[in-house]
Design a protein around this ligand. Structure first.
Ligand SMILES: *Cc1c(COP(=O)(O)O)cnc(C)c1O
Length: 450
């Protein structure tokens, strides 16, 4: 017998433990179908997907090309292990990713989520220093930025810096040298916008100069620190980070889990400043937002340090059961095909401009302190006082309230504290984008007055 609607909702409140959700006050929303940028709930209500189902959908839901690719793979095999064996679909994906990645990156380690993609890079960096030709076993620490978010496994939490998510786990974490995030919206006292990158790079250089002998790697979300509230770095910062890390012999891990796959307007954010990291982490949009699959790409230099006779113990003893899953790889290959066939990146500029127009309009609202944008990532930060930028206490849930109102207008949004995120699928039409932004604006107006 099929469960009733009431049973489903009851089970959703009492059996399903939702991520980042206070279950004592959880209100079920049962999304049963998708069509392009629209999601449809169990009652047939339609919502525009304003946050790409948590920043991962690219070409829309139920894209015929991606659906067909997954079905075709399903007719062959759903899963084979990548511990020792392989599958042509997964191999083809590795080939495509290496061809797309910045030059110098030639190897792909597959896992299944963003957190694992970063975890893999952290462990590879550590092991690299122990077993390369001229070993540096003292390099065991990491550099990361304030308010960074790299996932929720303990390694990724160690490099993470979002107080409200991570402080609890502090006693479990390894050593990280933390630098303030170069937040273009909140420059330090006395630092002009045009000097912001240089100011933060000087701070980084101080740390590297003093501690490089014990630093294995620096990890960064290039250009946009997503979970921090879509905090945007000043131009030139990433380029400078690459130059400094190279000069001081520190590996660079680019966590492009959120910003990769076309989000910022280029396929990878690193391309924007011609940066080649030592590790490039991809997940979220990699399968178009269909299936869990992640990739950690790296260089010959790192790869070579792991080669040797089995007895030398240089093997990377790390793996995930579903790493490189062929269904996920089929979805990812189709996602890349759609980028080519629909010329997704070429069609972005007018959408990016339209999002900018809406953000400019929202910036004028009384309780909006900041708006930020990088490509198809938009953010609106609500503040109690527009003049002093005094924040709303997070417990007031202003962001959630704004999103609740937007939902009544047929738009699904999920905030980050007091920050409204506008991050629709790249396939969004200008009309859909207008609807999403109009509902967000109405939600913001509502959230400021109660
Ligand atoms: C979402 C995210 C992660 C974690 O990805 P999961 O798939 O949720 O584990 C890591 N890094 C960044 C930058 C992210 O936005």
């Amino acid at each position: 017998m099929q469960p009733t609607r009431r049973e489903l909702e009851h089970w959703d409140r009492t059996l399903v433990w939702h991520a980042f959700t206070q279950m004592a006050e959880h209100e079920p929303l049962l999304l049963e179908r998708g069509e392009g940028c629209t999601l449809i709930d169990i009652d047939g209500n339609r919502y525009l997907d304003g946050v790409s189902s948590l920043w991962c959908n690219i070409h829309g839901h139920r894209h015929p090309r991606i659906d067909a690719a997954i079905r075709a793979q399903l007719d062959r095999v759903a899963h084979v292990t990548n511990l020792g064996s392989s599958n042509s679909t997964t191999i083809k994906l590795a080939r495509r990713l290496v061809d797309l990645a910045p030059g110098g990156i030639g190897h792909v380690f597959f896992s299944d989520d963003g957190a694992t993609a970063v975890e893999v890079a952290l462990k590879m960096a550590f092991q690299y220093w122990r077993q390369r030709e001229d070993p540096r076993p003292g390099k065991t620490a990491y550099v990361a930025l304030g308010d960074a978010y790299h996932g929720d496994t303990l390694g990724s939490v160690s490099v993470g810096g979002v107080e409200r998510f991570h402080a609890m786990f502090e006693p479990l974490l390894f050593e990280v040298l933390r630098l303030p995030a170069p937040d273009a919206a909140r420059p330090p006292e006395g630092v002009a916008a045009e000097n912001l990158a240089a100011h933060h790079l000087a701070k980084l250089e101080d740390v590297l100069r003093e501690h490089h002998g014990r630093i294995a790697a620096m990890v960064i979300e290039p250009f946009v620190q997503a979970a921090a509230g879509m905090l945007v770095h000043p131009p030139g910062y990433l380029r400078g980070v690459r130059d400094l890390t190279r000069r001081y012999g520190v590996l660079l891990i680019a966590d492009e889990v959120a910003v990769g796959m076309g989000r910022t307007g280029t396929m990878f954010a690193c391309e924007r400043e011609g940066v080649v990291p030592d590790f490039l982490c991809l997940a979220k949009g990699l399968t178009g937002g269909y299936l869990p699959l992640a990739a950690t790409l790296t260089t010959d230099e790192v790869w070579n340090a792991f080669l040797g006779d089995y007895s030398e113990g240089k093997t990377f003893f790390h793996g995930h059961t579903y790493g490189g899953n062929p269904l996920g790889a089929a979805a990812a290959l189709a996602t890349l095909d759609v980028f080519d066939e629909e010329r997704t990146l070429e069609h972005l500029p007018p959408k990016i401009d339209r999002l900018a127009e809406h953000l400019r309009r929202m910036a004028r609202l009384p309780h909006v302190g900041f708006v930020r944008q990088c490509g198809m990532i938009g953010a609106v930060e609500l503040v109690r006082d527009k003049a002093t930028k005094e924040p709303y206490p997070w417990a007031e849930k202003r962001g959630l309230r704004a999103c609740d109102h937007a939902r009544t207008l047929g738009v699904l949004l999920r905030p980050l504290g007091n920050v409204l995120v506008l991050m629709p699928p790249l396939a969004v039409t200008l009309d859909e984008l207008d609807c999403i932004c109009t509902a967000a604006k109405a939600g913001i107006e509502k959230a400021g007055f109660f």
